[in-house]
Design a protein around this ligand. Structure first.
Ligand code: SF4
Length: 430
């Protein structure tokens, strides 16, 4: 019989078993393509290394280096054998992304422009919690801070100790280059969709961002709210979630991870099943009736509000958790108190909190935010109806704006439609 030998590169890139071992949250992901080494779970490293006769402990060491210490250069993995380090280098284990710009705002917000191997650029944002004098008043109108504070009661003593004296940082990450959803108020939608990010590129944003934290800061929350629709890239997002929450790696609590979606109904159900409802959900709603929402978000034509709310009611939410409703206020479009009252009726009885986001003006659109008096009136109507409702502060305004805007500076808009300069047609959702 002819003996078949595989190079170390072929061995390490061998297809993984279709059904992967269960994680702490029982999520099952079936990889359709070879998984990049940075995106391998410890059990997958074991499977990849076993044919080389490597001990299971080596798999844990490599996973630890990558995800706990942020080291992706095999040469720096000092407790791994020289033979294995050489094999990892031959396989191509190494950096998949680099920071090309850090824009630091006066309020401590850092927006990172990250270049990927194919030259595409994405962005990720570090948002330190508001602290110091005046923090309390600030947090009352700061949706992000309020959301984070709300869950502090759930922390165990060990977690409390680990974060004692540290400023808690929330990182916002991207899941796609561009976005196919075409929301008219969003810079990423204007850019159009280029490609999904691999899970290794999603996780790399955390590794790069974490390395930039000051000594008195600690990564506390991760929100999938950057460029792209996370559930359109379901496989990449699900694997990244498993990596980020793995206890041998970055070890984020599932309570500290929020996936924001424009409302892809089948994938909301899938996320709920795969992660037993442990991942927090944020929904970009932005309007209280189908006509207005479809004008702002083309995805609504495919999954109208009634279907979306049915999916949210069926989501297997954990006890004491609430779904975040994101509502971007666009001047003259959805910012009237009558709309707030309509929203209050629509969400009645659901476990939600509402974040109001005055629209960040974008280059490609004539749309803009309402004045603050209208924003406060909208908030008061919802608070009066019994909802927790916060106004998201615009963080890092002095370093440039919202989702997708850093990489869009100077770019020409591709999407035409509602509110677009020179518009004549509306882009369809995927
Ligand atoms: S708001 Fe989100 S879903 Fe809509 S275009 Fe922007 S990134 Fe995509």
């Amino acid at each position: 019989m002819r003996k078949v030998t595989l190079s170390s590169r072929q061995l390490l890139f061998a297809p993984l078993p279709l059904r992967l071992a269960r994680t702490n949250h029982d999520a099952i992901v079936k990889p359709a393509a070879p998984v990049h080494p940075i995106a391998r779970l410890p059990e997958e490293w074991r499977d990849a290394l076993a044919p080389r006769g490597e001990r299971a402990f080596a798999a844990k060491q490599i996973f630890n280096w990558i995800h706990r210490h942020g080291v992706v250069d095999p040469a720096a993995m000092t407790n791994v054998s020289a033979r294995l380090r050489a094999a990892l280098a031959e396989e191509g284990l190494g950096s998949v992304a680099e920071i090309v710009h850090v824009h630091r705002s006066a309020d401590g917000t850092r927006k990172l422009v990250v270049r990927l191997k194919d030259g595409a650029t994405i962005e990720t944002v570090l948002l330190p919690a508001v602290s110091g004098p005046g923090a309390r008043q600030e947090s009352e109108i700061d949706a992000d801070a309020a959301a984070a504070e709300e869950d502090e009661d759930d922390d165990d003593a060990a977690t409390e100790e680990a974060f004692r004296g540290k400023t808690r940082v929330t990182q916002c990450i991207s899941t796609q280059v561009g976005c196919a959803m075409g929301c008219v108020f969003c810079a990423s939608g204007v850019a159009g969709w280029k490609r999904h990010l691999g899970p290794e590129e999603i996780v790399a944003q955390i590794l790069l961002g974490r390395a930039l934290l000051d000594e008195d800061e600690a990564l506390r929350n991760v929100v999938f709210m950057g460029m792209g629709e996370p559930l359109h890239n379901y496989d990449g997002t699900a694997r990244a979630l498993r990596l980020l929450t793995h206890p041998d790696g970055i070890a984020l609590s599932t309570r500290r991870v929020t996936v924001s979606t424009s409302g892809l109904v089948p994938e909301i159900a899938r996320l709920g099943r795969d992660f037993n409802g442990q991942i927090a959900l944020a929904i970009s709603l932005h309007a209280a009736d189908d006509e207005s929402r479809s004008a702002l978000m083309p995805i609504n034509k495919k999954y109208p509000i009634a279907e979306l709310l049915a999916a949210l009611k069926a989501y297997p939410m954990q006890r004491r958790r609430r779904i975040t409703i994101e509502y971007t206020l666009v001047s003259g479009k959805n910012d009237d108190v009558a709309e707030a009252n309509k929203l209050a009726r629509l969400l009645r009885g659901m476990p939600v909190k509402i974040n109001l986001i005055p629209m960040n003006p974008i280059e490609a659109s004539t749309l803009g935010p309402p004045d603050m008096a209208r924003v406060f009136a909208f908030q008061q109507a919802l608070v009066g109806a019994g909802y927790s409702c916060f106004i998201r502060r615009q963080r890092g305004d002095d370093v440039s704006a919202a989702c997708g805007q850093l990489v869009l500076l100077g770019a020409k808009p591709k999407v035409k439609g509602f509110g677009a300069k020179g518009a004549d047609a509306t882009q369809s959702p995927k």
